[in-house]
Design a protein around this ligand. Sequence first.
Ligand SMILES: C[S@@+](CC[C@H](N)C(=O)[O-])C[C@H]1O[C@@H](n2cnc3c(N)ncnc32)[C@H](O)[C@@H]1O
Length: 300
Amino acid sequence: MTSNGFKLEPRSTADGSFSLFSPEFGEAFHSSRGALTEAREKFVEPAGLERFAKGSSLRVLDICVGTGCNTAALIEGCISHDLSLDWWGLELDREPLAQALASPAFCGQWQPGTLAQLQELCSGPGMRWGDARQTVQPLLKQRQGQFDLLLMDAFSPSRCPQLWSVEFLGALGSLLQPKGLLLTYCSAAAVRQALRLAGLELAAIEAPCGLQQHQQDWSGGTAASPCPIPPGPRLRPLTPMEEEHLLTNAAEPYRDPGFSLDRKTILQRRQQAQAKAMQEGNVEGTSAWRRRWGLAGNHQ
Ligand SMILES: C[S@@+](CC[C@H](N)C(=O)[O-])C[C@H]1O[C@@H](n2cnc3c(N)ncnc32)[C@H](O)[C@@H]1O
């Protein structure tokens, strides 16, 4: 049971790796393509581990540790690049990690030694349990400008807007060293706009192989950094279509000035701001943008 009394449901994903579904948030922990595939394609490969000198230590913050899949995949990436980790993790609930570690499927998907390192990190001083908006506060006081990588893997903005607000993303951005990278699977205009409002430069994570032909799957996620991001493994500049997306109504960001609002209030206030901007004729509706670019689906 989660801390709110919900039962997480184990799910197997297309690559055979272990995942969970949260009835509380009404969303799966990972894409149906596969938890491990997603961890590698959206977090480990775009991190560009080859950029770092062999033998060096990466300062990493995993936001929404969940089952630990992203951190475990990063541990394996670091081993193959001769890097060590100075790791921090934020997570509300102990249950996803407990269920993963009790699952033979999860335990069987890693190289020898990875699980032991994951368990050591998650039971060590870097692991902060609780609402990430609060547990990030000591890092904001002590570690500004020091992180090489932020792995941002909250549930989607409509399910968990608390962790996609201008204020929270801005706080995360302040933790990055000048060439540090925040990486997320999310390509939502509101999230990209919030990262830009925080003064960060943006790049897109390339869509997984084979998905680009469906135009609605234009991107595999977003990278953000205090400095311009050179094209790299899986990273490319935003296209004109993506730039225009940030001028539409979908780019109205989520706001949570005191780090204390609930989901419903954040969503309601954003809807009100969107309606006002449309009434005043300040922005284009997202559907017009979709039509212009021949897109199907509903990317908010
Ligand atoms: C999409 S899942 C993360 C998946 C994870 N990275 C993995 O590889 O398993 C989202 C996670 O966010 C956690 N979460 C939800 N609200 C949170 C909050 N306010 N602060 C911290 N964690 C939160 C959930 O418990 C869940 O584990």
